[in-house]
Every structure is written in C-alpha cells, then in structure tokens.
Ligand binder design. Structure first.
Ligand SMILES: C[S@@+](CC[C@H](N)C(=O)[O-])C[C@H]1O[C@@H](n2cnc3c(N)ncnc32)[C@H](O)[C@@H]1O
Length: 398
C-alpha cells in the first residue's frame, strides 16, 4: 500500500495513517511517500516496512549495512550521521515536551567515530546460527560482521562458530587496550581452544560464571585511573563518549562536596568525584561491582569512598549525611519511587542525573522539577545509529 510519512516516532520509524489507523513504518523517513507492506496488525496500530521509496527524503542515504532492517539494531542507518543527531535532539525535546518538562538549550556531544565504537556486544545463538534478535522478537538475524562493534569484537565473531555452541549467548567485551573478555552462557559443551582466537589479545573466557581461560575481568585505563571490571559488572560501551561524560561529572563537583553516587557500578564516577569531594558514598547491587569498587579505590589511592552493597531503594535512606550532590545513573527503568522520594525529602543542592532512557528520565524529571531546576541538559551520542541516547542532566535546588 502507499503511505505518506507524516512524522517520526521515538524508535526511528516513520508514522503514517492507513484507513485512519496509526501505522509505524520501519525505514520510512518524514516527508516520504513509500510503498509498504503491513507486517503486524494490532487493535490500535499497524507495523509496516517500506519496501520501495516513491518520493525520497533529502535526508535519506543508502544503508551501508547488509543487515539493516532485518537486524533491528541500527534503526537510523538510512540517514547521514549529522541527521541522526538532529533526529535524536528532536526526539528528546518531544519526550520532554510531552511530559511538560522545562529544559535549557540542549548541548550535543557527537561520537568521534560513529562506526565500530561499541566495546561490548551480546551475540545470541540459535540452532548454531550467531547474530542478534530482531527488534521486539526472539527471531534471530544471523550476522558475520557488525558495523557498530569494535574491530576486535568482529574478529571474535568470525571465530565463534568454532566453539560449536548450538543455543546460548556470548558477550564480548573489549577494554581501552584492545584486550578481550568472552563471557558465554549455554547448556552446550564448549569446544574451546586458545588458538581459535589467535588474532585477538584474549584476556579471559568465562562459561556459565566459571573461568575456563585467563581472568574473569578486564582492566580499563581511563581518566588517569585504573578500573577493574568483573565479567558481570557494568561498564559503559563507548570509551570516547564515556571520557566526555566523566569530564562533565567531575566538573560539577566542588572541592569538599559530600557526594552520593547511586547505581555506582565499579565505582568509576565515585572515584572521579572523590578526587575533588570530601567523601563519596556509593551504592550498587552487583556484588562483584562493589568488590571492584573497593579494589579500584585501593589501586587509585582513593581513601574517601564508602561503598554499600544493595538496592538503592533499600540502602539510600540508611546513609546519614548532609549531601551536597547526588549522582544517579540508573538502569533504563529509571529511579524507583522510594529513591525519588528520598531525594525529594532531602536538601541535596545538586543532582547529576545520567540516563540511557529518555522516557523514564522525563517521568522522573516531572517529579524532580517541583523542587529542582533543570540547569544543564547534555545529549551524548553513546549509541550512534540507534535511536538510543545518553543524557547528562544537572539540576539545582530552587
Ligand atoms: C547505568 S549503570 C551505571 C554504573 C556506573 N555509574 C558507571 O558509570 O559505570 C547502572 C548500574 O546500576 C546497577 N543497578 C541496577 N539496579 C540497581 C538497584 N536497584 N540498586 C543499585 N544498583 C542497581 C547496575 O548493576 C549497574 O551497575
């Protein structure tokens, strides 16, 4: 059927109307007229794919990835990189406007290299085929190269079939020194030989939480610090943008501030803040990440970070103190109600909210803006060519 794309949705899809019903069009750009096939019909909406572009947008480029659309990972690969940033800025503004958030001018930090930037990739394996799940499905798109993944990850991908895994998941992580950690979860017997991966600097292989080769962690060297990152602990996936993010956070800390770092991972932001702060209290739920934080403080000679293990909502109210700054860097689900309440009941002067999901960020800002002013809003292109963005917000007490 013929569709005219009237606007873009929050997942990089075009929006059109077919017989009055909203229709999300994969690979449709605003202003285009396309010939599309409906692939899913729901009570309230259709999902379609543009098969032929009848009237093309001036922003359209031919995708350079053979898996574009089938894979679902990069929804913006049909635009020039600069235009993906414009799309992302409009997307963030639209979500904030819908939630009636008052915000300042958005500062955008572009990626240095929008391809091959990802230092962590999760490959899915089904019936011996290796690839990614299609968007919102468990159907596998088999791939033999990923334009988002770093060169080392693509080298590992080429060798993965030798492990003879039939069903499971392989996480490949790379540090700033191109050293590789492979984490495998499967019920199959693994056929591992070191020489399968002779083209990469292999640091370790972990299968079902057991180390079968080398170490079960990577060491990252960033911001003049060393960070041990255990196989199951979080670390940002884009080293260049992470540096920018850390600079922004450190700039916001004043000498002798007392800081709370919530959802603190291996203590990266705590340690960076601790260089200026009087004391930093960090809370993290993954045990190995808390142990890494303690270790990371020692190797960086930082003595003013106190780490707590547990869910933020259970621990935060129990830490006594007069805090100047709270750093929150939650998972996509955003802040729990209890945590928001603790912040709203406090007299914390400044909040640094780091978010990888603008929808939950807006939900939380709606509550926070009753007491705080959103002073700074930075959009960091951590996840180029996908519709995801990283936001760093600075809020100050009214
Ligand atoms: C986006 S990461 C941020 C980590 C860290 N700030 C950094 O930049 O490296 C979110 C972290 O929150 C942790 N986490 C998730 N839910 C949590 C909860 N309810 N309480 C405490 N930590 C949680 C995750 O394990 C992860 O380390």
């Amino acid at each position: 059927m013929r569709l005219v794309i009237e606007r873009m949705d929050h997942q990089g899809r075009g929006i059109a109307f077919f017989d009055g019903k909203i229709t999300f069009v994969i690979n449709g750009l605003i202003g285009e007229e396309v010939e599309a096939d409906i692939i899913e019909e729901h009570a309230k909406y259709n999902l379609a794919i543009a098969k032929e572009i009848i009237k093309s947008s001036s922003k359209r480029v031919a995708s350079d990835c053979p898996y574009f659309i089938a894979c679902g990972g990069c929804s913006l690969r049909n635009m020039k990189y600069e235009d993906t940033l414009e799309y992302k800025e409009k997307r963030v503004k639209n979500i904030l406007d819908l939630n009636k958030i008052i915000y300042p001018e958005i500062k955008i930090v572009a990626n240095q290299e929008p391809n091959n930037y990802r230092d962590k990739v999760i490959f899915k394996i089904r019936n011996g085929q290796i690839g990614f799940f299609k968007e919102n499905s468990h159907d596998l798109c088999e791939v033999d190269n990923c334009l988002l993944a770093s060169g080392e990850i693509n080298q590992v991908l080429k060798a993965l079939p030798k492990l003879k895994i039939n069903k499971g998941e392989v996480v490949v992580r790379v540090n700033d020194n191109q050293e590789v950690l492979i984490i495998i979860n499967t019920e199959n017997k693994i056929n591992f030989e070191k020489n399968f991966f002779e083209n990469v600097k292999l640091c370790g292989v972990v299968v079902n939480n057991k180390t079968i080769y080398g170490e079960n962690f990577l060491i990252e060297r960033m911001h003049n610090c060393l960070f041990k990152v255990s196989y199951d602990a979080f670390f940002q996936v884009n080293h260049y943008i992470t540096q920018k993010l850390w600079d922004m956070v450190q700039e916001q800390i004043n000498l002798d501030d007392v800081v709370l770092d919530l959802y603190s991972g291996v203590g990266t932001l705590s340690i960076i803040a601790a260089k200026k702060a009087k004391t930093v209290y960090s809370i993290e739920v993954v045990k190995n990440a808390v142990l890494d934080t303690i270790f990371n403080c020692k190797i960086n000679k930082v003595t003013n970070v106190k780490s707590f293990l547990g869910k933020v909502k259970d621990v935060v109210a129990k830490i006594d103190g007069d805090f100047d700054v709270v750093i929150v860097d939650p998972p996509r689900s955003g802040l729990e109600k209890e945590t928001l309440q603790v912040i709203m009941d406090s007299n914390i002067k400044k909040i640094i909210y780091i978010s990888c999901d603008t929808l939950t960020l807006a939900r939380d800002l709606k509550v926070l803006q009753e007491k705080y002013v959103l002073k700074e809003l930075n959009l960091l292109d951590m996840f180029s060519y996908t519709y995801h963005v990283e936001c760093v917000c600075v809020l100050t007490l009214r």
